[in-house]
Design a protein around this ligand. Structure first.
Ligand SMILES: *Cc1c(COP(=O)(O)O)cnc(C)c1O
Length: 352
């Protein structure tokens, strides 16, 4: 057994899901799952909705394997990467005993899922300019810390973490902790991310998602990438028919070569808009500063954040308020929209 699985909760290690093998039947007649035999004729869905999808759909694993250049055994499809975060915490943290380590300010879901599971939180704040403090992370590890969550590019600060600092943590804590590297925004970054070194680290889990760059937030399709034993452990925690057919169909469509090509073009457009927005925003009287971003949003500090929020909302524009969070005083997070949406926001903020 892979050493890293020793960190998992024993009752999770003991789980074995019922086998869903079809024993080679080409078009099996499904009389085993209590489904309704009739699809709705008027239903335009290209995937028969009267049927459950068994486990992990092979075609989707293959498309993701091609996209990330990984083996199918290194891939788990989840209902958004939020589900992968939840599976990891439930799989490794015993309620009331174990903890996760996070580097705030960062994505709130890590703390949310930890709270649901009754796992404690060790907070090792990001340093100046929101840089990862690898020494502090390594020094803060104790045996009850089962998972370290690193987010790069980080939400809501927008910066990518220094790959050398991430590798220092991976090396120093190897075998003692699972490092979860959340790369939800990596497609918008100069940094290539950590897929290329995944096979070097049996305790590394990389999270990707189709929600952001691939434009499928509503489909809820996330991906956990890790060594096969870890993927197998997480797979056993999912209910047998977890993935919705329409989600899988939408994901397969988004991974066709023509759609991938269009996604690349749209990423470029968003990056151009991001840099244009950044230069316009710094010129506004109410803006104190903007941070460089490697994601599809900007963190912006306002002299009067409530006035900016109010001006935006008066014109029907929603922004994310972080202005009362430590280290983010006065800050709002602005998602890069279409050119028209961005221009409208600029006009609203210009008078705030
Ligand atoms: C948006 C986001 C995700 C993706 O969540 P999904 O559940 O896949 O939609 C994951 N991590 C971070 C940091 C995010 O901002």
């Amino acid at each position: 057994m892979n050493d890293i699985l020793q960190l998992a909760r024993p009752e999770i290690r003991a789980l074995t899901a019922p086998s869903m093998q079809l024993n080679g039947a080409v078009a099996p007649i499904r009389l085993h799952a209590n489904e309704n035999p009739w699809g709705d004729e008027s239903d335009a869905a290209p995937i028969a909705l009267n049927r459950y999808l068994d486990g992990q759909p092979r075609a989707l694993l293959q498309a993701l394997g091609a996209l990330y250049d990984l083996d199918l055994e290194q891939i788990l499809v989840t209902r958004g990467s939020d589900e992968a975060i939840d599976l990891l915490i439930r799989g490794f943290c015993r309620a009331g005993q174990d903890r996760i380590l996070v580097c705030p300010p960062t994505f709130a879901m890590y703390g949310f899922s930890a709270a649901i599971q009754g796992a404690g939180i060790v907070a090792v704040p990001l340093g100046p300019d929101f840089a990862l403090d690898a020494n502090a992370v390594i020094a803060s590890w104790t045996p009850d810390v089962k998972l370290v969550f690193l987010c790069s590019p980080n939400n809501p600060t927008g910066n990518a973490l220094d790959p050398t600092a991430v590798e220092r943590i991976l090396g120093a804590l190897a075998g003692r902790v699972v490092v979860v590297l959340d790369e939800a925004y990596v497609e918008f970054s100069q940094e290539p991310g950590f897929l290329r070194v995944l096979s070097r680290y049996p305790g590394l889990v990389i999270l990707r998602t189709l929600s952001k760059a691939h434009g499928l937030a509503g489909a809820r399709c996330g991906v956990a990438l890790a060594a096969p034993p870890l993927i197998s452990l997480l797979a056993h925690m999912m209910p047998p028919y977890a993935l919705p057919g329409p989600t899988v169909f939408a994901a397969l469509a988004a991974l066709r070569p023509d759609r991938i090509a269009r996604t690349r073009v749209r990423i470029r457009q968003l990056l151009d808009e991001r840099e244009r927005m950044r230069s316009v925003l710094v010129s506004l009287p109410n803006v104190a500063r903007t941070w460089r971003s490697e994601a599809n949003f900007l963190l912006v500090e306002f002299r009067d954040a409530s006035r900016a929020l109010a001006a935006a909302s008066q014109d029907g524009l929603l922004l994310r308020d972080f202005s009362r969070q430590p280290r983010l005083e006065g800050c709002l997070r602005i998602t890069i929209g279409s050119r028209e949406e961005n221009d409208r926001l600029i006009s609203a903020l210009a008078t705030s």
